[in-house]
Design a protein around this ligand. Structure first.
Ligand code: SF4
Length: 421
């Protein structure tokens, strides 16, 4: 059940861009496979090559904390580490026995701080979980938060325990997950809820969603990202349909219809997506619950060059949700991301460049005409200048920039129409 895996190297995987979903630059997964056994988990999909029984044959990366501790002092790029991935939960049941995540947390909490010498500070961390087991490590994560930042993302889609027992049998109760959000918020960490996936005919009713969003709002989570169920043809879809047949056989026909197109992405019929999006917007109405991490908080996690890329992505989603044409912004983002990837490759190749080289490079590109040429959009270049040079903040409701010392009032907290993932 616990084949040790000592052959994954290095401990931290790093991308060429920050992940727009978790905001992370680095990823570190203590396990592979997941004992929470969610019926809809897309970690079962063939695409992820998880061998054996997904919820029983868990790979335990026991040597990962040691490798991480060795690696941290030599890093040159500041940005968040995400713990976990789409195919594992860092606080799944086997963490109680193996404590690999706790050891990783300790390594991250004791990362040296070289800011006094013009070097890098400790890295921020993003943890995505469905388990109250994370509370065992609240002490260590509070220390990490005090030195950099911690964002805890809790996945929760209902307040109905019957649904949890049928579809997320190994995960913590919904009440316990709300408690996680409450206690991490009280500890000063950033908190977000992943209210996904809403399952057709099961937890996608407006009243049920509204109760959930209201509970999250009462906990003052920083944002709640919502989305529907995707079912990739193959193992993921077959497993979900087996569970559905056992627990809600009356919904089989509806699900077969909604997922009949067998798209590789697992997306449902477009008509269902639109219907769900309208219901989610209705359920969130009046709550002023942000859809995504507010810009001010994003800045705690990312360096300016990554902040700008993620901000452009967020703006695309916000504009799309309001029916605004996003073609020019999308192509400007594509060009900016290509520019950033090239600069990052250059930075990684030349080990003598200082750790703030990329952000300084962006500043200089803004002050000459280089970034204007990349973006090929005067308004967007002015916008980037105000964000990066003046440190202005995007108000997600009005989509205007405000000075960073100005308070964004609750009214400005993005109760916006939004497009589904
Ligand atoms: S908690 Fe996440 S990784 Fe684990 S089974 Fe559920 S969806 Fe999959």
């Amino acid at each position: 059940m616990t084949p040790s895996d000592r052959h994954y190297s290095p401990a931290l995987r790093r991308g060429p861009l920050a992940d727009p979903f978790t905001y992370s630059l680095y990823a570190c997964a203590p396990y592979r496979g997941c004992g929470h056994g969610c019926a809809y988990c897309d970690g079962r999909a063939e695409k992820y090559y998880v061998e054996g029984e997904f919820d029983r044959d868990i790979v335990i990366r026991e040597d990962l904390p040691e490798r991480l501790a060795r690696e941290l002092p030599s890093l040159r790029e500041w940005g968040p580490v995400s713990l976990g991935s789409g195919v594992t939960d860092s606080y799944q049941p086997c963490e109680r026995e193996h404590r690999v995540t706790r050891q990783l947390a300790k390594a991250l909490s004791s990362m040296p701080d070289h800011r006094d010498m013009g070097g890098m500070g400790p890295l921020p961390v993003v943890i995505l979980t469905k388990s109250a087991g994370i509370l065992d490590d609240l002490d260590v994560w509070s220390r990490v938060n005090a030195r950099s930042a911690v964002l805890v993302l809790v996945s929760i889609t209902s307040l109905d325990e019957g649904l949890r027992r049928d579809f997320e049998p190994g995960a913590s109760s919904f009440e316990d997950r709300l408690d996680v959000l409450k206690r991490f918020k009280a500890a000063g960490c950033l908190t977000g809820a992943l209210t996904m996936p809403f399952l057709p005919g099961i937890n996608d009713g407006i009243d049920s969603m509204h109760r959930l969003f209201a509970a999250l709002k009462a906990l003052r989570v920083d944002f709640a990202l919502s989305g529907g169920l995707t079912l990739r043809p193959g193992r993921q879809k077959e497993h979900f349909f087996r569970v559905l047949q056992d627990t809600r056989p009356e919904l089989m026909d509806e699900h077969r219809k909604i997922y009949r197109e067998e798209r590789a992405s697992g997306a449902p019929l477009r008509s269902y997506q639109l219907e769900l999006m309208a219901k989610i917007n209705e359920a969130r109405r009046g709550l002023e619950l942000p859809w995504m991490l507010p810009h001010r908080d994003l800045r705690r996690l990312l360096e300016p060059h990554d902040e700008l890329a993620v901000l452009f992505r967020q703006m695309i989603e916000l504009f799309r949700g309001r029916g605004v044409d996003i073609k020019r912004l999308s192509s400007a983002l594509t060009r900016y991301e290509a520019w950033l990837k090239e600069r990052r490759t250059e930075f990684r190749r030349h080990r003598k460049l200082p750790s703030n080289w990329l952000s300084e490079r962006l500043r200089s590109a803004l002050t000459c005409s280089e970034l204007a040429q990349v973006l090929d959009n005067r308004k967007l270049t002015d916008f980037a200048g105000r964000v990066i040079l003046d440190r202005a903040i995007l108000d997600p409701l009005t989509l205007r920039l405000v000075d960073s010392h100005e308070e964004i009032t609750p009214r400005h907290s993005a109760d916006s129409q939004h497009q589904l993932q």
